[in-house]
Write a protein of this length. Structure first.
Length: 129
C-alpha cells in the first residue's frame, strides 16, 4: 500500500487570499490599534503613533531577519532587556575530596580497562596535524 508523503510542511497555508492566518492577524491587529490611536488620541500624537503601529504590524507580518520571522527578534529583544545582565565571578578553590566524590572515581579506583581506553583516546589524536 502506498501513501502520499506530505511535502513543504514548513510552509504555512494561505487562508486569506495571499496571506497566512498569522499575517492576517498581525495586520488586522495593527489596523485595529491604528484605528484606536486615531480615535482616542489627540490628532498630533495619533499622526505619530498610528503609522508607527501600522509599520510595526507590517514588519511582524512580512519581515524576516536571518530567515526567521520578525516576532522572534521582538521576543529576543524583550527577553534581553527584561533580564538581569550583571554577571559576577567569584573565584572558588576546588576541594579535591569533593571533586573525587562528584566525578564518581578517584585515582585509586581507576581500573586498567579505563586506563587503556584513556590512553587509546590520547594516542589516536595526533597534535602535529
Amino acid at each position: 500500500m502506498q501513501f502520499k508523503v506530505p511535502q513543504f510542511i514548513d510552509i504555512e497555508d494561505k487562508v486569506f487570499g495571499p496571506l497566512t492566518f498569522k499575517q492576517f492577524a498581525y495586520l488586522a491587529g495593527g489596523a485595529g490599534f491604528g484605528y484606536l490611536a486615531f480615535h482616542f488620541l489627540p490628532t498630533i500624537i495619533a499622526i505619530i503613533v498610528g503609522p508607527a503601529l501600522l509599520a510595526f504590524a507590517a514588519a511582524l507580518a512580512f519581515m524576516k531577519y536571518n530567515d526567521k520571522p520578525f516576532i522572534h527578534v521582538v521576543e529576543s529583544f524583550i527577553k534581553y532587556y527584561s533580564r538581569s545582565r550583571l554577571y559576577l565571578w567569584h573565584k572558588q578553590t576546588p576541594n579535591p575530596s569533593a571533586s573525587a566524590i562528584t566525578s564518581g572515581h578517584s585515582r585509586a579506583t581507576m581500573t586498567e580497562s579505563k586506563l587503556k581506553t584513556l590512553s587509546w583516546s590520547l594516542d589516536v589524536i595526533d597534535p602535529k596535524k
